[in-house]
Design a protein around this ligand. Structure first.
Ligand SMILES: *Cc1c(COP(=O)(O)O)cnc(C)c1O
Length: 494
C-alpha cells in the first residue's frame, strides 16, 4: 500500500518509508492512499483472538511491506509479556447499560500513548532496515506531558535511535515531569522549554524544516525522525483498539453484530480520534465520533462552524495533554474530507501559518458534521465529573472526565441513545493533585506522596511504576529558551 503526503499527492511512499521519515519533506503528513476494508464478519473472527494477534492482523492490512510473522512478533513484544498490567491490554469497563469506558492506560507509563509507542520503535527499526537506512535516527519529541515519557520508554536503548524530548516548563503535571526527568537509557535526553506546548511543537517543526541542521546532522551520521502522532506508525496501532472495543461489546452482548456505536474521545492533537475515524473508514460500524475538548475549545468551534481559528487565549488546564491550539492531525482529516485535494490542504495550512485561521468549504463542513460532533468542558465541570464518577465507584482522570461530561452533553442535546464508549486516556494516578481536589481531599505537599495518599483514600491500586517514582533520582534538569532548541539538538548529537 502506498502513502501520500497530504500536501502533495504525487509524493508516494511505502509504509516503511513513511514510518522511517515521520513527516514528509513538504511538511505534509503521510496518509494511506486507500482504506483496506474490514468486514463485520472479520469482527466476529477477531472476537476470539488475544489483543496482540488482532493488532498484527489489522496492522497487516496497512503494512504490506511487512511480513505477517514479523508483525505478530512485534505485536507480541509490544502488548504481551507483562508490559501491560492486564492481559486484555485495552479493557472495557461497563458504566451503565448504554455506556462503556475504554481504558487505554494499562501500559508502562499509564497513559494511552503507550498503545502506539510500545509498537512504533519496533516498526521504526524494521523500517530503517527495509529502506536500507544506515544513519542513526534522532527522534525529536515535543510533548504536552504523556508522549515524551511514553516515547522514551518505548525507545530507550533501541539500536540506531536516539531520542530527545522537549516539554513546556510549566505545562505538565509534577508526576509527568518526574516520569520524564528520571527516564533511564543511554540514548535519551530531556529538556524543558520556556513556553507552552505549541512553542515546543513549533520549535521541533522549525528544526525539522531547517535544511542547514539537516545537512549538519547528516554529516554527523544522523537524520531526524518523529515519534509525535504525525508519524503514521503512531496512528496505525491506535486503529486496533477501536476494533477491539467493538469486539468486546459484541462479546458482552451489549450490541448485535453490525450495530453502530459512538465513541467520545478526549482530544488534543487529534491523533486518537483520527484513528477512530480511520476505523470507521475501514467499515467498523461507528455512528458518531464525539470530539471532546477542555476549555481550549478550538476543535469544538471548528466542528460546529467550519472555521478553524487559533487566535484565542491559551488555557492551562487540569487536562494538560489537551492544552493545544493547533491539532496537527487535523490535516489528515482535511485531506480525507476534501476528497484528497492536496492543493486545498496546502492552502488551509498556509492560511493557518500566516493568519492562524482558515475556513473549510461548505461541502467539507457538511461531511465533517455527518460524522463528528464537538463539545468542550470547563474546569469546574471537569472536576464535577471526576467527583460524580467517583461517587458511582469509578475513579477517572481529568482527561477522561472531559470525555464523560461531553458525552452527557451530546446525549442531552441530540437525544441519541446509541450505545456509546468514552475513552479513558490516563490513569487517575498521573493527575493525583487534580483528582484529589475534585473528590474533596487536600493533596499532600509532595507530589509523589499523593500517589500513596490517593490509594489509601480511594482503595484503588496505583500503577506499580508510578508508585516506584518515589525512589528515583532525576537525571535531567536542562531548560532552554524556545529560540535555542536548535542548540540543544546539536549539543545532544555531538
Ligand atoms: C495525548 C493525550 C490526549 C490527546 O490525544 P490526541 O491523540 O493528541 O488527540 C488525551 N489524553 C491524554 C491523557 C493524552 O496523553
Amino acid at each position: 500500500m502506498e502513502y501520500l503526503s497530504t500536501r502533495d499527492r504525487t509524493l508516494r511512499r511505502s509504509a516503511a518509508e513513511a514510518i522511517a521519515m515521520g513527516l514528509s519533506r513538504d511538511g505534509g503528513l503521510f496518509t494511506p492512499a486507500s482504506f483496506p476494508k474490514f468486514g463485520v464478519l472479520e469482527a466476529e473472527a477477531l472476537c476470539g483472538m488475544p489483543y496482540f494477534r488482532g493488532a498484527a492482523y489489522i496492522m497487516g492490512k496497512f503494512l504490506d511491506d511487512f511480513r505477517p510473522e514479523e508483525l505478530e512478533w512485534f505485536s507480541e513484544e509490544a502488548y504481551g509479556g507483562g508490559r501491560f498490567d492486564t492481559p486484555a491490554v485495552a479493557p472495557m469497563r461497563k458504566v451503565d447499560g448504554k455506556t462503556w469506558c475504554l481504558e487505554l492506560w494499562h501500559g508502562p507509563t499509564s497513559a494511552f500513548k503507550d498503545m502506539a509507542l510500545q509498537m512504533l520503535p519496533r516498526l521504526l527499526t524494521a523500517s530503517l532496515k527495509k529502506t536500507g537506512e544506515k544513519k542513526t535516527a534522532c527522534i525529536l519529541v515535543a510533548t504536552s506531558g504523556d508522549t515524551g515519557k511514553a516515547a522514551m520508554e518505548g525507545f530507550a536503548d533501541v539500536e540506531q535511535v536516539k531520542i530527545l524530548t522537549f516539554y513546556p516548563e510549566n505545562g505538565v503535571s509534577e508526576i509527568q515531569k518526574l516520569q520524564m526527568v528520571t527516564q533511564e537509557g543511554r540514548n535519551v535526553g530531556v529538556c524543558a522549554v520556556k513556553g507552552n506546548f505549541d512553542d515546543a511543537q513549533n520549535g521541533v517543526k522549525r528544526i525539522f524544516s531547517d535544511p542547514d541542521i539537516r545537512e549538519e546532522l547528516a554529516e554527523r551520521g544522523y537524520f531526524l525522525s518523529s515519534a509525535n502522532s504525525i508519524n503514521w506508525g503512531r496512528i496505525l496501532p491506535q486503529i486496533v483498539y477501536y476494533i477491539s472495543a467493538y469486539c468486546d461489546l459484541l462479546n458482552a452482548k451489549a450490541i448485535k453484530l453490525g450495530e453502530a456505536v459512538n465513541f467520545c474521545v478526549p482530544t488534543g492533537n487529534f491523533g486518537n480520534i483520527l484513528a477512530a475515524y480511520y476505523a470507521k473508514r475501514m467499515g467498523l460500524p461507528i455512528n458518531r465520533l464525539i470530539c471532546a475538548s477542555n476549555c481550549n475549545d478550538v476543535l469544538t468551534d471548528f466542528i460546529r462552524t467550519g472555521v478553524y481559528d487559533r487566535n484565542r487565549p491559551f488555557h492551562t488546564t487540569m487536562s494538560p495533554s489537551m492544552d493545544i491550539l493547533v491539532s496537527s492531525n487535523l490535516e489528515r482529516l482535511l485531506f480525507d474530507m476534501s476528497g484528497g485535494k492536496d492543493e486545498l490542504v496546502r492552502e488551509y495550512m498556509d492560511q493557518l501559518a500566516r493568519t492562524g485561521r482558515y475556513e473549510v468549504t461548505a461541502g467539507m463542513k457538511q461531511r465533517m458534521q455527518e460524522v463528528f460532533w464537538g463539545g468542550f468542558c470547563n474546569e469546574e465541570d471537569t472536576a464535577a465529573a471526576v467527583a460524580r464518577m467517583y461517587q458511582n465507584g469509578y475513579l477517572i482522570d481529568p482527561h477522561t472526565a472531559v470525555a464523560a461530561k461531553v458525552l452527557e452533553d451530546y446525549r442531552r442535546e441530540t437525544g441519541d441513545r446509541t450505545v456509546s464508549v468514552f475513552v479513558s486516556t490516563a490513569s487517575p494516578y498521573k493527575f493525583c493533585d487534580s483528582v484529589l481536589s475534585a473528590i474533596g481531599e487536600t493533596p499532600a505537599e509532595n507530589s509523589v506522596d499523593r500517589i500513596g495518599q490517593m490509594a489509601e483514600i480511594t482503595g484503588v491500586t496505583a500503577p506499580e511504576r508510578l508508585a516506584a517514582l518515589k525512589s528515583k533520582t532525576p537525571r535531567f534538569s536542562q531548560v532552554t529558551e524556545r529560540e535555542k532548541m536548535e542548540d540543544v539538538v546539536l549539543e545532544f548529537l555531538k
